[in-house]
Design a protein around this ligand. Structure first.
Ligand SMILES: Cc1cc2nc3c(=O)[nH]c(=O)nc-3n(C[C@H](O)[C@H](O)[C@H](O)COP(=O)(O)OP(=O)(O)OC[C@H]3O[C@@H](n4cnc5c(N)ncnc54)[C@H](O)[C@@H]3O)c2cc1C
Length: 625
């Protein structure tokens, strides 16, 4: 039990609370709606739960952007906006029970991410009370610097988010629905990748493996009335448990079925926007898919859309029957997606039944969302089997080159593994914490682990040779290469960085180009789905080297590229970067217009926050743009 639960009503209340916690030695656990699935809001007896739901004031401002209190509940907000003709485009399956602050803090993704991006692509500013009691208003700038990527994904450990501004889109006037059955998951993966790399941006794209297809893809588009009373666990539950007790046997049976009877991976697509735009996107997607798969008509996509929030709640009968089920979401570049899928199935198939789907795709890769279910086995309790399965699944995913998380975050359950992904970057996250929460009162135990040997291991110098992962449209380029050299290298292999070379001098070195905020890159507001930098190796001024492996998107703490992007090499420089390089001649994706301020002035709170960051990282001088 926590020491207390409090409901602040203003940013001033939160600042007073932080001052009190500093005086009394309390810890504060920011709480949105508690839907996080990684133990992010677990309290200690000395902690105070800060429930932010009374911070719910909202207003639509020019841009248009929505300025909204962090405690605003998702579904209420989105319904209200739709009535006014707008959408944020963020529809997590937990929209009924999650808040704006939780979305930002946990770096979430909604079902429409292939058009509107993840939450980090939607937010234009974040107001937070730091552990020092200072109020920071961080803003996104097209050419940097921006502290927003450091607050997004900080999971309540760096600041209590009190308000966010999110860009708005016109509510969609029209939707097109389609579904296709591929003979193999691999066929579906290739088609989905080709769609994204060809500039097609379906609003919703979901590819199911054969088991997931059998269980979750239907074309029953009827509204089902909610059951009044949950059914008691009966014969079906007993049968289910009996089946789940033999996971290895079950895995073999499923394998046999997959290769003979099921053999189909379903892809569901929904396109939205103006009628012309949605139809054009659907036509282009159909041209790519129809040649390789059997069209299933609109039914499965319409049925999925109608029941889009219910799927996550279907686990209840399993729990009632004494079994367990959980999900794990990771992400990887396209060239590793199938390897991650197979590795996790091999690792977890021994313990329980496992299935997967891909529901957030980008030009350079995709997320993989695994569902696994099991029960007690021999002398082992269901909890023991569950914990072993989790460890095995996550270990296999990381070893096969996936990120720790794509959108659920790290919390307490995955914190011990942070250094497996961020290496020495873990210590840099701890430095960030020292800068903005020096007494360590904000959400201790979440996200940031105790120092361990993995993060102390020095990283080797990166290769000075460029390389291209064609499948993932990712070019790994040395920081000393000029942008003209980078473009020549990728063009020779039929790809392009898609830069506007009239906006900057092509003889600029890649590291300096990043330090100046990536001039000439396509407007991120117009295509939020393609992020220019997928991973990097950087050297800090104090000599530490950090490696952030390439991944299409991650929810693994703050985005450390913000320490270099637009930061004029104040903190360190990039030695090697993985840039997204799409095939030459690929049509431009549809543009999402945005009329808001792209280069807001740096304010005093940001200057002070950058100064404390620099000093925690051993760089003393004030920041000049
Ligand atoms: C059924 C179900 C479906 C889900 N589907 C999705 C999905 O589709 N996409 C997705 O991204 N996630 C999904 N999730 C996970 C979860 O809903 C998200 O992580 C969500 O963003 C959490 O929001 P919340 O308001 O409930 O945050 P909480 O659970 O209350 O908190 C999550 C973390 O954020 C911190 N936090 C919360 N508010 C603040 C704040 N104002 N300032 C600072 N820190 C804060 C907390 O301390 C904690 O570390 C799902 C969860 C469930 C149970």
């Amino acid at each position: 039990m926590p020491r207390a639960v409090v409901w602040p009503e203003s940013v001033e209340d939160v600042a007073r609370l932080v001052a009190l916690a500093n005086r009394e030695g309390l810890s504060l656990v920011p709480f949105g709606a508690g839907s996080g699935v990684c133990g992010g809001v677990r309290a200690e007896p000395s902690s105070v739960i800060v429930d932010l739901k009374r911070l719910d004031r909202r207003a639509v401002e020019p841009g248009p952007v929505l300025s909204v209190g962090a405690g605003m509940l998702g579904i209420t907000l989105e319904n209200e906006l739709l009535e006014q003709g707008f959408t944020i485009g963020h529809y997590p399956s937990s929209i009924l029970c999650s808040t704006v602050g939780g979305w930002v803090a946990a770096r979430g993704a909604g079902q429409c991410s292939t058009r509107y991006g993840k939450i980090e692509d939607m937010v234009t500013s974040v107001e937070a009370v730091l552990g020092t009691g200072e109020v920071l208003t961080a803003k996104v700038r097209a050419r940097g610097p921006s502290l927003v990527p450091l607050l997004v994904g900080s999971e309540g450990t760096l600041g209590i988010i009190t308000r966010a501004s999110l860009r708005l889109h016109p509510a969609p006037a029209h939707r097109e629905y389609a579904a296709y059955a591929f003979d193999t998951l691999e066929g579906g993966v290739n088609a989905l990748r080709d769609l994204l790399q060809a500039g097609v941006r379906p609003t919703i794209a979901r590819l199911y493996d054969p088991i997931d297809t059998v269980l979750f893809v239907h074309d029953d588009d009827r509204e089902r009335p909610p059951r009044e009373e949950p059914k008691p666990p009966g014969a079906r539950a007993a049968l289910l448990r009996a089946v789940l007790k033999k996971p290895a046997l079950l895995a073999r049976a499923v394998g046999l079925l997959e290769s003979s009877v099921m053999r189909r991976a379903a892809l569901i697509l929904v396109h939205e926007g103006s009628p012309d735009e949605a139809r054009e996107q659907a036509r282009r997607a159909d041209a790519i898919c129809r040649a390789r798969a059997t069209p299933l008509g609109e039914g499965p996509a319409r049925a999925w859309f109608r029941h889009r929030y219910s799927v996550s709640y279907r686990q209840a009968p399993l729990f009632r029957g004494g079994a367990f089920s959980d999900t794990m979401e990771v992400a990887a570049p396209w060239s590793r997606v199938l390897g991650v899928y197979e590795a996790v199935r091999r690792a977890v198939g021994e313990h329980c039944v496992v299935m997967a789907h891909l529901s957030h795709a980008y030009p350079d890769g995709s997320s993989l969302y695994f569902t696994f279910a099991g029960t007690e086995h021999g002398d082992e309790s269901a909890l023991t089997v569950y914990e072993r399965a989790w460890r095995a699944a996550l270990g296999a995913a990381i070893d096969a080159g996936a990120t720790l998380s794509h959108h659920h975050g790290v919390g307490r359950s995955k914190a011990p593994r942070l250094a497996e992904e961020l290496g020495a970057g873990t210590a840099v996250v701890r430095d960030l914490k020292r800068a903005w929460d020096p007494s360590g009162l904000l959400n201790p135990g979440a996200l940031i682990p105790e120092p361990g040997p993995r993060e102390a291991r020095p990283e080797p110098a990166p290769s000075s040779e460029p390389s291209l992962d064609r499948e993932s449209a990712l070019a790994e380029l040395p920081g000393s290469f000029t942008l003209a050299e980078c473009e020549r290298f990728v063009e020779a292999q039929g790809h392009t960085l898609g830069l506007d070379f009239s906006a900057f001098d092509g003889s600029l070195a890649l590291n300096e180009w990043i330090a100046r905020g990536l001039p000439g890159t396509p407007d991120r507001f117009e295509d939020p789905v393609q992020a220019p930098i997928s991973g990097f190796t950087a050297r800090l001024h104090d000599g530490r080297r950090i490696v952030v492996p390439a991944a299409p998107r991650r929810a693994v703490g703050p985005d450390l590229s913000a320490l270099f992007n637009g930061m004029r090499q104040r903190i360190g420089h990039i030695e090697r970067a993985a840039l997204v390089a799409v095939p030459l001649g690929a049509p431009r994706p549809p543009r999402l217009p945005f009329a808001g301020d792209r280069e807001p002035a740096l304010d005093e709170s940001e200057r002070r926050a950058i100064a404390s960051l620099c000093s925690a990282l051993g760089v003393a001088a004030p920041f000049e743009r």
